[in-house]
Design a protein around this ligand. Structure first.
Ligand SMILES: C[S@@+](CC[C@H](N)C(=O)[O-])C[C@H]1O[C@@H](n2cnc3c(N)ncnc32)[C@H](O)[C@@H]1O
Length: 280
């Protein structure tokens, strides 16, 4: 398992990321002028449909001001900062990639949200929190990097309070509906199949329920993702800083393959919300 985690870490290694971000963000104004989630969205919402998808997931999960939220695989922290800014809730993010966590802390300092949002380096498979610590957990475009789904979903269930919400937005593998076969690589989450662990939507739902969750919302969002990709193809990538600033010069190729895979039915997008059952 360590080999796999090392492979995933390598994919998101992003050498010198914070320095690159500092340089790229100079275009948006001086260091002491607070940045907003909108200004960073092309860069820090690392999933299909960007900010709109995060906003929708929060609405579907019924997130509110009083909640304590954990973002698992928080990336460089865009979703966490957006939730804190729009809902006023406290958000903790964990991520496997140290450079991403360092960048997440730097960007949070730039948005002035250090009192509300924090980040730690940790694996989703060994969350550094007590049982029942959170009211809600978010998992956006992360599960596709994780082979041991039963352990992932058990960990999420463990740190949630009974009745807490688990909102997941992820890439799924072709099934009876999506008939496209194996994905083309490299893709934004893996440069080779060695660190990609897609499940079908149905298998994802079964693994989550087996960990002690009840299904509340279940939605196939592949068509919305295809529309978004088509629009991106027509308009070209957003101006820098964007995901290329984070992932490097080959990001255009990774993103293009995600588009091909979606259009050819090789992968799909699933949005789902679950409630932590009281009895496990
Ligand atoms: C595509 S990015 C999504 C980031 C963020 N959720 C977002 O939507 O902006 C996937 C993230 O998952 C993290 N990740 C992958 N496997 C992980 C694991 N086992 N534990 C913690 N984080 C992990 C990666 O480091 C990366 O930051």
């Amino acid at each position: 398992m360590t080999d796999v985690l090392d492979g995933v870490r390598d994919h998101y290694r992003a050498t010198g990321l914070t320095q690159r971000l500092k340089a790229a963000l100079a275009a948006l104004g001086p260091e002491d002028r607070p940045l907003t989630p909108d200004q960073l969205a092309a860069l820090d919402q690392f999933h299909t449909r960007g900010l709109a998808a995060t906003a929708e997931l929060a609405r579907l999960a019924g997130l509110t001001t009083e909640m304590s939220v954990l973002d698992v695989g928080a990336g460089i922290g865009g979703p966490a900062r957006f939730l804190a800014a729009t809902l006023g809730c406290r958000v903790t993010g964990v991520d496997l990639s140290e450079p991403f966590v360092e960048a997440a802390r730097y960007l949070t300092q730039r948005t002035g949200q250090g009192g509300q949002v924090s980040f730690q380096t940790a694996s989703a498979l060994a969350l550094p929190f007590e049982e029942g610590s959170f009211d809600a957990v978010l998992l956006q475009h992360v599960a596709m990097n994780i082979a041991d789904r039963p352990l992932l979903y058990r960990e999420i269930r463990r740190v949630l309070k009974p009745g807490g919400k688990f909102a997941t937005y992820d890439v799924v593998k072709a099934d009876g509906v999506l008939k496209g076969g194996e994905p083309h690589f490299p893709v934004p989450w893996a440069r080779t199949p060695a660190t990609s662990f897609l499940l079908t939507a149905a298998a994802t739902g079964e693994a989550i329920e087996a960990a002690g969750f009840l299904r509340l919302v279940w939605r196939h969002d592949t068509e919305a993702a295809k529309a978004w990709i088509t629009q991106l193809r027509a308009s070209g990538p957003p101006p820098a800083p964007n995901h290329g600033t984070v992932m490097g010069p080959d990001f255009a190729e990774l993103a293009a393959n995600l588009g091909r895979n979606l259009i050819e039915g090789r992968v799909g997008i699933l949005t789902a919300v679950f409630e932590a059952a009281s009895i496990r």
